[in-house]
Design a protein around this ligand. Structure first.
Ligand code: PLP
Length: 413
């Protein structure tokens, strides 16, 4: 007999590294989710920018079930048709000539960083291994990726970090000019700082990073794990900004919920990852690649990509209005459907609390640090779903402002 599944069982049997919400979702359709008790939620979180086509998109369900009856796994001792087809489609749609498949964002970044170090060593000698990245950036949770990311809270307490990483403030051109040198093998940037507040890079910054990398023989790596796959209304953010990297990493939405990641690069750079230099057992498996291929085909269409800017405009207007009405948001920032609602001073530091309150009212949102509520909904979320979610936000903010009023009256007594 199956074990009855409760949230308290979670506390007993799971490693305590997460603090998930109290409810357990069991089903999703489009931008709607239902929990064990049948409560309905509007999903503005999208599984952290993963479910780009909502939940259980019929075309993806069909692709997955068809492939599941054909071939699941074969390892990289053999290749497989879905992987070759997906790689061909990705190279056709981007600057890249070559693809390496992995299963998660950190793995795609690990491959990119190892490639950068090999590239540096081969083209510039043993001393060309420094990687420059932005303070407050996020690149995943392996030791290499937490070392590269400029966030001590993720890297401290795990013994020595990977050496040879230089951190610079994001969007600071002069700091990058001062730090880059002949020892630099790569500059790695998120086009929008996702986890740290949904802060877009400026065009000037990315453009200058491109020039500096060219001058110093360093690779420009864009971590597009969060910004990629249509999120900004272009397939990738580099296409939105018009600055082309040497290496691009994608994950999150590339499998629309099926674990899949990719590192894209050029012929010239790819040659430095020769046979035996890197690999993955599951990377590029037929199940994941079949889903990825169907997802890419659906997302990389004018219908979906153009729909992103219409939804952006609709949500930004509505969020600005509701945020102003309750004095809760001072700014809505972000591009496409990666939105950051910056909390007013009265609410700063309370993003997690607000997120929990939103869930209680039936709308799922994310935080991006303590001061920003982040939204990363399905790229094809429908108007009725957006309206339902916005109405639930309104109820939540109304309740929060009442709470605040009561608290201020009590403290005045
Ligand atoms: C989520 C994220 C990662 C890590 O991806 P995982 O699949 O969790 O390993 C890396 N970089 C960025 C920008 C991300 O948003």
């Amino acid at each position: 007999m199956a074990v009855p599944v409760s949230r308290s069982l979670y506390e007993q049997v799971m490693v305590p590294n997460y603090a998930p919400a109290q409810v357990i979702p069991v089903q999703g359709q489009g931008a709607r989710i239902w929990d064990q008790d049948g409560n309905e939620y509007i999903d503005f979180a999208g599984g952290i920018a993963v479910n780009a086509l909502g939940h259980c998109h019929p075309a993806l369900v069909q692709t997955l079930s068809e492939q599941s009856q054909r071939l699941w796994h074969i390892s990289n001792v053999f290749t497989n048709e879905p992987a070759i087809r997906l790689a061909a489609s990705l190279t056709k749609a981007t600057f890249a000539d070559r693809v390496f498949f992995a299963n998660s964002g950190l793995e795609a970044n690990e491959a990119a960083f190892k490639l950068a170090r090999r590239y540096g060593t081969i083209t510039g000698g043993e001393g060309k291994y420094e990687i420059i990245s932005a303070l407050e950036s996020f690149h995943g949770r392996s030791l290499f990726t937490v070392s590269v990311a400029g966030q001590p809270k993720y890297s401290q307490g795990f013994g020595p970090a990977i050496a040879g990483i230089r951190h610079v403030p994001f969007n600071d051109i002069e700091a990058l000019e001062r730090t880059i040198s002949s020892k630099t093998c790569a500059v790695v940037l998120e086009p929008i700082l996702g986890e740290s507040g949904v802060l877009p890079a400026t065009y000037a910054y990315l453009q200058r990073a491109r020039e500096l990398c060219d001058e110093h023989g360093a690779l420009l790596i864009f971590d597009e794990v969060q910004t990629g796959m249509g999120r900004l209304g272009k397939l990738f953010a580099y296409q939105y900004f018009g600055v082309v990297p040497d290496v691009l990493t994608a994950a999150k939405a590339i499998g629309c919920g099926f674990p899949l990641a990719a590192m894209l690069t050029t012929n010239e750079v790819a040659q430095h990852l020769g046979v035996g230099t890197h690999g993955s057992t599951f990377g590029g498996n037929p199940l994941a690649c079949a889903v990825g291929e169907a997802a890419l085909h659906l997302i990389n269409s004018s219908q979906v990509l153009e729909g992103v800017s219409a939804r952006h405009a609709y949500l930004v207007k509505a969020l600005s209005e509701v945020g102003a009405r309750y004095g809760i948001f001072e700014e809505i920032r972000g591009i496409g459907l990666l939105l950051g609602c910056v909390l007013t001073p009265a609410w700063k530091g309370k993003a997690r609390y607000i997120m929990t309150k939103c869930l209680e009212q039936g709308v799922m949102v994310l935080q991006a640090g303590p001061d920003v509520i982040r939204l990363a909904p399905s790229l094809i979320i429908e108007n009725v779903e957006m309206d339902a979610g916005l109405a639930k936000l309104e109820v939540t903010f109304n309740q929060l402002s009442m709470e605040q009023l009561v608290a201020s009256l009590q403290s005045a007594e």
